[in-house]
Each structure stands twice: as structure tokens, then as C-alpha cells.
Design a protein around this ligand. Sequence first.
Ligand code: OXD
Ligand code: MN
Length: 589
Amino acid sequence: MTIHPKLKRWVNAMAKMCHPDNIVWIDGSSEEKERLEREAVSTGEVIRLNQEKLPGCLYHRTDANDVARTEHLTYICAKRKADAGPTNNWMHPKEAYKKARDIFSNSMAGRTMYCIPFSMGPIGSPFGKIGVELTDSIYVVLNMRIMTRVGRDVLETLNDSGEFTKCLHSKADLNADRRFILHFPEDNTIWSVGSGYGGNVLLGKKCLALRIASYLGRQEGWMAEHMLIMGIEDPSGHIVYIAAAFPSACGKTNLAMLLPPEGLKKKGYRIWTVGDDIAWMRIDTDGTLWAINPEAGFFGVAPGTNSKSNPNAMATIQKNTIFTNVLLKMDGTVWWEDGDPPIPEDGIDWRGRPWRPGLKGEDGNPIKGAHPNARFTAPVYQCPSISNRVDHHHGVPISAILFGGRRALLSPLVYEAFNWQHGVYIGATMASERTAAQYGKLGEVRRDPMAMLPFCGYNMADYFRHWLYMGTLMKRPPNIFHVNWFRQDTDGGYLWPGYSENLRVLEWVMDRVRGTARAEKTPIGYIPAQEAIDMTGLELPKGAMRKLLDINRAEWLKELDEQSEFFKIFGDALPKEILAEHESLKRRF
Ligand code: OXD
Ligand code: MN
């Protein structure tokens, strides 16, 4: 199917190692989709859901030991350890290839190898990149067909000599002891073996669009970021686009698809979703930052998604969606914890066992119907709020960048950086406190610079330097903000209702960008002046806004000490500008 000699040679070499029974090229057609679905249904790899209620929808269960990204088995295989940096696992490429080759050898015997040519970004976009994934999993093919643009058009764009990322995946025997997610940035190559979980195996997503792309972005002068992209249309029809980075599971998908709250609705705001997870950003000829969403689908967390928390997501996943590790209901539809009511009386849980509400395990803990990291895979085009620029080759101009995390006591609801360099420092010191849902000590602070800790494909100190450098190239860099929807009162209750009410904060952000919103200067940055956030239709308890915007000096001094500890891991490599910002903040307190 391809006229690209290098691509042909690589596919042959990988087939020689993995020994599939046959090789099938993915063309992206609807006939192909039907054929693959039929085959996967016949082997039990997927289950066809109730086609009347959920047309085009499929169900899949992963292995019980294979339900999330495995950061401890994820490696950056640069020749020099220093190029992977102190925050990544590192293996020498020679050793990594050798280790993985042993597992890949004959791993596809009795199976088909699918060759998926895919484009991250609109096909032919100067912002885009092409990859080819070889995989022995139809589930992966069906997901990649949603998450990326696949098929013939991609090969045509590649022609006989285009650059592409070589992505190899095999489920092998799904043995966690023989599982590796290996990145070879210097070879533009990804090898993933022993897993069937999305984040580990849909190689266009975290592996290419973040780890490999961040490396390429540094070399080529652009940025690959773990960010949602959304447009806020004001009553006059003008749209301001923002990009926002929050750590995994902090509500990026919900924010990207937000519906205006009652009080602000009559103002006439509309939200346009461009992406919910990844942004590729370049400086365009006008000297400002432009972003595309390299993906074509959402791979969202199902539990917690419901018609209140995210009505647009619920509307998106009514058809042509793949559900993974959710509860399978007796009528062939699906459900998950904190989903829409009613709670079903019975079903089959994510492990394939009979389930009913209140069921307890041997340890006395409730058994969940859906795994907490259960997912939906759905085309972006089905989202009612999808932006009409999602397929635009140059994407959208970015006016503001938001960083955020869960901080019970430290960060105010919102503050704005004084300038780009100060904003980079705010991103570099981003952190989130663990919730009960996460592994580790409750309340423990996890540093997650720019939400990229698990996704940066090179030394993070150099990544900060790249951010600083990009700022020097822009004529008008975006304003940078930090938000915290999760501030708590002394009794532990949340002070801010979140969800659609977050638009009130975004309105202030938007007005700051235009220079019309009032702000107060504080040691950490600008915060909204009194009554600068429109609270029409939202009654908070007395004094709550003051608490939301309060800056607690003692907490910040503690934070500054913790930041110093964090910076130590980078040694001398840490850019002096970051240290200078840290010192200035200390001085301002
Ligand atoms: C994701 C993640 O799946 O960040 O998007 O883990
Ligand atoms: Mn993510």
C-alpha cells in the first residue's frame, strides 16, 4: 500500500522480529471498520453494545493487571542519561532495544499485524506529524481510528520519503513483568510491549503527541503540551482561545466542554471545545502563539462523568464510542460510578463478574462496577460544543495559558503572572495534592510542572529553558494564570462550586487579556479586585470570596521551602531565571 521504501523496510524488519501470520494495512474506510469489528466481536475482544440505544458502540475489558498507564515501566531511551533528566526513567537505547526485542520476538505468531498510518493534527497541516503504528490488537486499531486521522490520505501525504514516527506495539502475553513503554527520541521511535491499556498502547497520544513531540518541539522550535484548548465566545461573537494544563484527573475534559451557568447564560457566552488533553503550539507569522489539537477523539475518564458534571461529554458518547472497563448492564448499555442515575440493579463488572449495588469484597470494601480509570473513546466531531476550527491547519490563536492543580490551602482561586518569565516559574512549580482516589499519602504534594512530569521526553530543566526561550520569540505572548478550583475551608469543605461556575473565573481571565478587568497586585501576582468576578446568580456563603482569594504568608513561606527542595533534583541544570523568580517571590513576602 505504500511507495515509501524506508517505511516498507521498517515494516518488514518488525514483521521479521514479531512473526505475525499476516500483515494488514489500515485504509480508514468504513468497510474496514465493519470487518474489524465483526472479527473482534467473534473472538470476544470486544462486545457489541445495544445498537438501538447506543448505535455503533463497543465494549472492551482490559486485563485486570493492565488498567492504567504504568509510569514505572515507561522509559526515555536517550544515549546520555542526562538527556532524559532526573524526572524520567532512563535506559540506554542498546539495552532497551535488546530487552524489548526478546519480548517482541515471535510475539505476533498466530496473530495479524495491523499497520496504521496516522496523522496527529489535520492531514497536511504544517503543525502536524505523521506516525505509523504496528500492532497486533484490533482494539488498538479501532481506538486509533477514533483518536487520530488514519488511512490512505496519510500515506499519500507521506509519499515516498516523508518523515514518520515508528511506533511498534504488541500485547505479547500481557505479563506485567514483561511490559515496557520505551521511547527513543533520537530515533523517532516508540516500542510498547506487554500492555493493552490505552495510555500505553494508543501510541499517537501520550507517547508521540507528548513525549516524542516535546523532544521534536524543542529541536524545531515549538511546544507540545498536556493542555486542553477552548474558545470562549463573548456576546459580541468574538472568541478568545485559551490553553490549560492541569495534572491528570483534575477536570480538563469537563472544563473544555463547559456549559455557561444560569447566571451568565443571559450574557450570551458560548464555549467551543478544541481539545481536552493535548496542545501543539507554534509561533505563527504574526508573532503570536497558535495551537492545534493533534487528536481527533476524546479518551476520557468515565466515572464522575454525568449529565450534571459534563452534559456535552454525555451527548458525545451516545454513539460510535468504545467503552473500556465500565459496568455492562443487562440491556447491553453501560454505567459507571457517579454516572447518570439510576444505579442499575445488576450488571457485569469491569472484571466480567456479576455485580449488584452494595456488593462487598473479601476485605469488606465495596466492589465497583466500573474501574475508577474506566474510559470512553469518542470522536471529537460528536461533541455539541466542538469548535469549527478543530480541523483548521493553523488551529487557533492562544491569548491565555492556565496552570492549575489541587491545593487545599495554598493557591487562591485565580491569579495572574506578572509576565511570561514569572508565568513559566508558576508552571514549573505547579503541584497537586493527592486525593483519596490516588495511590500514596493523602494530602501529599506531588510536583507536576506544566502537568508534564510523566510526559516530558527530555530533561525537564531543558524543557523549562525551552519555555523561557519561546517567550523571547513572541511578539505578544499569552497572559499566564494559575487557577485552583479546589480550595478548602477550615472544615474541609470546598469553597468554590467548580464545574460550569468556573466560567466566572474565565470571564475575568478573558477581560484581563483585553485589559478591561480590575486586579489587585499581590506578592504572587495579580488577583481579581473586589467584585471583579461577576457573581450574578451564584450565592456563596458570606466571606467565601475573601477566603478564596486570600494569600496566606505562612503557607507560601512553607511552599517556597518545598520548591527549593524540588529544584535540587535538577542541580545546576535549572535555568537561572527560574531561581531568580523564586528569590524575587521570597523577597516580595
Ligand atoms: C490521560 C492522562 O489519560 O493524563 O489523559 O493520564
Ligand atoms: Mn492527559
